[in-house]
Design a binder for this molecule. Structure first.
Ligand code: PEP
Length: 257
């Protein structure tokens, strides 16, 4: 079976409850059409309060809904946190974890991210695990050491014993160089080819029993999407800014289809 190409729209905290719902209601027929393209998976990641309403709007369709974070704990006295059980109950089938903004502003660590992977898989929610280096790391040639450091606790969670306990063994790993997020910088094809080739080898060697799909994220727009999709190993996009504009999102999907 052909692997689908993923388009994950990460709306961050850019859209309010009302704006998110208006976007979805206004563009509902077109979103349904895009999500029904063969070999295409379209996922919208709005903020927590909007998840249930959007999941209801697209219930029984091919469009999926993702959270932007979840707790590393299953339940208990963790004020302000959201558990994976509730995410599944409101209709989430994906969840972004380890985004560089969550790492930077909420202090999310690699160890916590690994625990979240387990909580999500337990609920049959597909984790979208973000990894990536800073510009300084890149300039000092530390990219692969950093990716390895970020992936190490995750690969320990994704042992075959842990996986057999879950019905879902699919994980998306999004390589997002921090210096390309929201900056308009498009990385060179040669560099990305090298990174994705490294990631493919790493995942096959260390997580052979996990169904992993690699995504790219960082200033994707309707102009660079075609070139990025052609890079070997990239099987999906995590799209921030451009996904807030329906015409741009549509162009990215249509121009790469
Ligand atoms: C992101 O935040 O995951 C992202 C890729 O954002 P942008 O597309 O705006 O760079």
């Amino acid at each position: 079976m052909k692997q689908p190409f993923f388009y994950i729209a990460n709306w961050k905290m850019n859209s309010s409850f009302e704006q998110s719902l208006t976007f979805c209601m206004h563009n509902q027929p077109a979103l349904l059409q895009l999500s029904a393209y063969p070999d295409t998976t379209l996922v919208i990641a709005p903020s927590f309060p909007t998840l249930y309403a959007i999941a209801q709007l697209f219930e029984n369709s091919a469009l999926h809904v993702s959270a932007q974070n979840c707790s590393e704990y299953t339940h208990g006295a963790y004020t302000g946190q959201v558990d994976s059980t509730s995410l599944a109950q409101v209709g989430c089938t994906y969840c972004i974890i380890g985004h560089s903004e969550t790492r930077a502003y909420c202090g999310e660590t690699d160890a916590q991210i690994a625990k979240k992977v387990n909580c999500l898989l337990e609920q049959n929610i597909t984790p979208i695990i973000c990894i990536g280096e800073t510009k300084a790391d890149y300039e000092q040639g530390k990219t692969f050491a950093l990716l390895e450091q970020q992936l190490l606790p995750i690969r320990k969670v994704l042992t075959s014993e842990a996986l057999t306990a879950h019905t879902n063994n699919r994980c998306l790993i999004a390589y997002e160089p921090i210096w390309a997020i929201g900056t308009g910088i498009t990385l060179l094809t040669d560099y990305l080819t090298k990174v994705f080739s490294w990631l493919q080898v790493y995942c096959a060697k260390h997580m052979p029993n996990t169904n992993i799909t690699l995504l790219y994220g960082g200033s994707i727009d309707e102009n660079n999407a075609g070139t990025l999709k052609a890079i070997d190993g990239i099987n999906g996009f995590l799209i921030g800014g451009a996904s807030l504009d329906f015409q741009k999102l549509q162009k990215i999907i249509v121009c790469t289809y």
